[in-house]
Design a protein around this ligand. Structure first.
Ligand SMILES: *C/C=C(C)/C=C/C=C(C)/C=C/C1=C(C)CCCC1(C)C
Length: 267
């Protein structure tokens, strides 16, 4: 019994550790620049890289504690932090080496992790009731419009204001779906109290937590400050937002998964 549970865990930890160490090394070898002690944006990239690795290992290991229907949710939380950790290594290097905003890596990261977070909503609801796939696709469409709009503006393919408005429209569409649309209705009608409270907290994150990103965009492009001040503000704000929306979001799901699993074991 002990052997059969510890072996896969040990294998899992070493696999995660090895792959992360490898990517960290490759990214770091790409530049000679070192982190300066007054480079607070660079320091934040570094701290968050490490926090994301720790969170990844935590979510993957904690899978063993929850009942089968919650395992996928924890897997997805771990994938979000894993994908982000690898991108943070690269973003940190770009920042330390050039002092410029790592827009491409940031958006590739978001393009993978934001849909994964949207899948979490769908999974949480699916763990307790049947959910039409339309909910999933509407959340995806909103996500794509939001990110494509943002990228067009940040990468210089479009004027920053119109691109911002397109991005805001995508986000508004997501908020509509989870508050007033079908996902919101399913939650209100069929979810047990613990899932409802998790769903409500997740909604709060997508409203208040995600609002930090357009603020970052605003301070990065729309205030008319100097390029250096703008780049510092943009990256610090995006980095802080990621801690909340990737790590804290995963922890909320973990809390529900553990309490729901323990409740069902007592029955
Ligand atoms: C893990 C990464 C996450 C949760 C990223 C979320 C990103 C957003 C909510 C971005 C939103 C934006 C707008 C609402 C307006 C246009 C600019 C964006 C793309 C920054």
């Amino acid at each position: 019994m002990i052997i059969s549970t510890t072996r896969p865990v040990a294998a899992k930890i070493s696999a995660i550790g090895a792959s992360l160490a490898l990517t960290a090394n490759q990214a770091f070898a790409a530049t000679d620049a070192v982190l300066e002690k007054d480079d607070f944006v660079g320091i934040s990239f570094w701290i968050i890289s490490m926090a994301l690795i720790a969170a990844t290992v935590f979510f993957f290991l904690e899978r063993d504690r929850v009942s089968p229907k919650w395992k996928t949710s924890l897997t997805v939380s771990g994938l979000v932090t894993l994908v982000a950790a690898v991108h943070y290594f690269y973003m940190r290097d770009v920042w330390v080496a050039t002092g410029s905003t790592p827009t491409v890596f940031r958006y590739i990261d978001w393009l993978i992790t934001v849909p994964l977070l949207m899948i979490e909503f769908y999974l949480i609801l699916s763990a307790i009731t049947k959910v039409p796939v339309g909910v999933f696709w509407r959340l995806m469409i909103g996500t794509l419009v939001m990110l494509i709009g943002g990228y067009l503006g940040e990468a210089g393919y479009m004027a920053v204001w119109p691109a911002f408005i397109i991005g805001m429209a995508g986000w508004a569409f997501i908020l509509y779906e989870i508050f007033i649309g079908q996902a919101g209705k399913i939650n209100a009608q069929s979810a047990p109290p613990s899932v409802q409270s998790a769903f409500n907290t997740m909604r709060l994150i997508v409203t208040v937590g995600w609002a930090i990103y357009p603020l970052g965009y605003f301070f990065g492009y729309l205030t008319g400050s100097s390029p250096e001040t703008s780049a510092n503000a943009l990256n610090i704000i995006y980095n802080a937002a990621d801690v909340l929306n990737k790590i804290a979001f995963g922890l909320i799901i973990w809390t529900v998964a553990v309490s729901e699993s323990e409740a069902s074991m007592k029955k």
